[in-house]
Design a protein. Structure first.
Length: 502
């Protein structure tokens, strides 16, 4: 009987099966749950007892519930429904018609409430070959998982009718992830006056998923360009969409309206735990919530040094391992990092319109906030000069290309990358392995000569050489070239000729 009822707990973004065992003996009433439950799981005693009483099955005697494996921490309200189902099976003494995986939170009157973790639970049920029984409110996200048999219910009574063979509900239908629709609320690139270098860098960053740093005086348009970059990112592929959906479901975030890429903007007062992940339940941080999307850190020089240094490993490896006394969890963190910063404390160093009022030692102290290893992980350094009021209000100047035109080029370049990356197991040029970038299949002999001579002059690190090659590969893809030529290498080097904060 116990094996017929499987619940679910989360370990990071992965669902782990929990076998629910029950025992009811005579004596004064007591209700105990063992198996490393957290506070939310222990409180399910009251929710389960009230829900069973609401459907005419009051609990009496000594009730014991064991959540196996006993050494695995259990968290949240995900196990309410499985505990109730196991107790009903114990009281009735009859096995259910079909062994299943149960997920859901109970209200006191027996209704089922939506809970986080529906997508990981659906993937676990698919792997186990069992149907998933969940609240109807979780049906929209469960329906995005292909190949799983799942049923959504409003109340505990409906679940018991189904398991007792008294009803035959229709399973949750698979619905392909919705198509991507441009966000009309985002600024358009045609609204950006001038800033040709920044516009070009934004296009390259979007096409190859390359990290970018925008430096300029206040009001120069750094944040606007970052928002425009969000609007030219290509839609998520089917597999990428499921990756992001898995993370969002694990933390209880709503289902995205379409395949738009995640966008997370973090304030400089954020903690290292909020960005990297952690806490008592090892939740993912912003660097994981932005997986396959864009992480925007405005006023980057105002972030604490320990926080910015903590981003080095996830930016390089594409994942982050959060380790605490309660355990260790690994989260994906393939993000497009967009940084915006002022050139000095007052913000006007090098500004043609206003004189900088900072002392030299203040500027030096300000720029030391950014370490060399961190800047080595940035692919594109861009200076964003402030325009004069005359330039901003000039109606005769021709507008730049709209986001729709740039987005089409970015999408075409991404298609080339996806076609190339199928054999290599990568999705974009930012993930291309070094051996492929340096091979004759990718780098022309002229491009190799140009990079060799320039790398010595610019004193590029080994990581810097690889990142230049990745950017050059993206520039070649935007042009439709199969090989990285010297022009692509020179343009990539132009965006890396020393940090604009140096």
């Amino acid at each position: 009987m116990a094996g017929d009822v499987l619940g679910v707990t989360l370990r990071g973004v992965q669902a782990v099966e929990v076998e629910v065992e029950t025992e009811i003996t005579s004596g004064l009433f007591s209700f105990s749950i063992v198996g490393l439950p957290d506070a939310a799981v222990r409180e399910s005693r009251e929710r389960t007892r009230a829900a069973l009483r609401a459907i005419g099955l009051p609990l009496t005697g000594k009730v014991a519930v064991n959540l196996a494996p006993a050494d695995l921490p259990k968290e949240g309200s995900l196990l309410d429904l499985s505990i109730a189902a196991a107790l009903v099976g114990r009281i009735s003494g009859r096995p259910f018609s079909r062994p299943a995986v149960y997920l859901g939170e109970l209200s006191l009157d027996g209704r089922l409430r939506a809970t986080r973790g529906a997508v990981p639970a659906a993937m676990l049920a698919r792997f186990l070959g069992r149907p998933l029984i969940c609240p109807s409110a979780n049906a929209p996200e469960v329906g995005l998982v292909e190949g799983v048999e799942a049923y959504g219910f409003e109340t505990l009574a409906q679940v018991l009718d189904y398991q007792g063979g008294r009803s035959s509900p229709d399973p949750i239908q698979y619905v392909p992830s919705p198509e991507w629709v441009p966000d009309a609320s985002l600024p358009d690139l045609s609204d950006v006056k001038g800033q040709l270098m920044a516009r070009r860098a934004a296009e390259i960053a979007a096409a190859g998923h390359h990290n970018i740093l925008l430096v300029g005086s206040p009001g120069s348009g750094k944040t606007m360009i970052a928002r425009c970059l969000q609007g030219i990112l290509p839609p998520l592929s089917k597999d990428e969409f499921l990756e992001t959906l898995l993370i969002r479901s694990a933390v209880g975030m709503p289902v995205p309206p379409d395949r738009r890429r995640p966008f997370r903007q973090v304030h400089h007062t954020a903690s290292a735990v909020s960005i990297c992940g952690g806490g008592n339940d090892l939740r993912p941080g912003e660097v994981s919530l932005a997986h396959r999307g864009m992480l925007f850190l405005d006023e980057f020089t105002e972030f604490r040094r320990d926080l910015t240094e903590a981003l080095r490993q996830p930016l390089e490896d594409g994942f982050i391992t959060v380790t605490r006394a309660s355990g260790s969890v690994t989260y994906p963190s393939r993000v497009l990092l967009v940084l915006a910063a002022n050139p000095c404390p007052c913000g006007h160093f090098g500004d043609a319109l206003e004189k900088c009022s900072c002392q030299p030692q203040e500027v030096e102290r300000y720029r030391r906030k950014l370490s060399g290893p961190m800047m080595d992980r940035v692919d594109l350094y861009v200076s964003v000069p402030r325009l004069s009021p005359q330039e901003l209000l000039d109606l005769k100047s021709a507008p730049g290309e709209p986001s729709s035109v740039v987005r089409a080029r970015v999408a075409a370049a991404r298609k080339r990358q996806w076609a190339r990356g199928k054999e290599l197991g990568v999705w974009c040029n930012a993930e291309l392995p070094e051996r492929f970038l340096k091979s004759s299949e990718s780098l022309s002999s002229e491009g190799r000569k140009e990079l060799t001579s320039s790398a010595q002059t610019l004193r590029l690190t080994g990581r810097g050489v690889v990142r230049v090659l990745r950017v050059a590969r993206t520039i070649a893809d935007l042009k439709g070239d199969s090989l990285i030529g010297p022009e692509a290498v020179m343009e990539a080097l132009a965006f890396r000729q020393g940090s604009v904060l140096s």
